[in-house]
Design a protein around this ligand. Sequence first.
Ligand SMILES: [Zn+2]
Length: 388
Amino acid sequence: MATTTVNPRTADSPEVKRYNRIQRWLSLSDTLIGFALLIVLLVTGWTGRLRDWSYLGARQHYFYAVFLYVLMFSIIAKVINSPLDFFGFRLEHRYHLSNQKLRSWLWDECKGWLLSLVLGAIMVELVYAIIRLAPQRWWIIAWAVFVGLFLLMAQLAPVVLMPIFYKFEPLANDSLRERLTRLGERAGTRVRGVYEWKLSEKSNKANAALTGLGSTRRIILADTLLQNYSDDEIEAVLAHELGHHVHKHILKGILTQVAVTFLGFWLINLVLRFVLAREWFPALDPRLYDFANLPLIVLVATVLGIVLMPALNAISRHHERQADRYAWENTPAIGPFITAMQKLAEQNLAEREPAKWIEFLFHSHPSIGKRVAAAEDWASKPRVEQPV
Ligand SMILES: [Zn+2]
């Protein structure tokens, strides 16, 4: 879209507001449909029927039956969700934020579904195998196993998972690489690589991120950013990502996840035992290892995720503010940071001034308006050490 230059101080355009409002309705509908599916499966007893079919198809073999159940569950969920997914695809096109062809999108959908099936099947098989082995302490063991899985996933994400959908190449721009090395030296740290993320094949949005763990740690910069931003602006973005690295935000994110998962498994165990003892859903066997209770497990996990979302987003926004501050302190001037933010808002149709409650509940990043204001505020103060 030929976006005209927008004064950052002016309010968001109706177009931006409308786009973000539709996006929110989309994710709300997605959540509600997911809820409805889980509740319908439990209340109608269809989950019991799926379990019986799974045993039949697997010739009573528990392990294969669990897989068949997950397979059917994931097909049903995908079919029910596909109209919304397609609407989301069309929405990005309607707002000129995507240039992805339908075929490429369908292929991505297939890959995404297959990936979630594989990861989901592994997790579900593990949970029920552990429940069978240790019905009393299963939730603590499952939690420990999941912690290991998270660490593995964080490590594999940039080298195995993300390349399934996007191409990555080491950053070719020597002057930018040099700037990063200098930034890193000043911080007494070293990020192993900066990669160009070939986002433009699919999207017109710009993005950058710090990903990976240990030997796979890297900064990725979308080519949509590299093409349209000045070297000074890209340096500000790099410095922000380096700030995440210096402040160990990925590790802190994983630790948060570890705590949330502990709470999650504890709660799931409690709810499962409570509900099964009272026979709320006649289709469920009172024994914990009856995998027909999977919708109940997912339901508890989903509710917990929603309840904790504002807190998790608050932690994330805190990390973003720290990374921003790191960028201001470690780049020669504040100007490029501010113009980079403004360009990002414009390019991604991000709301500069979302409603307070929306930012509080849903946003993992402070609004661009706040980030720019904070940068200007920081720059306007004399650079002397001030007591905090
Ligand atoms: Zn960030």
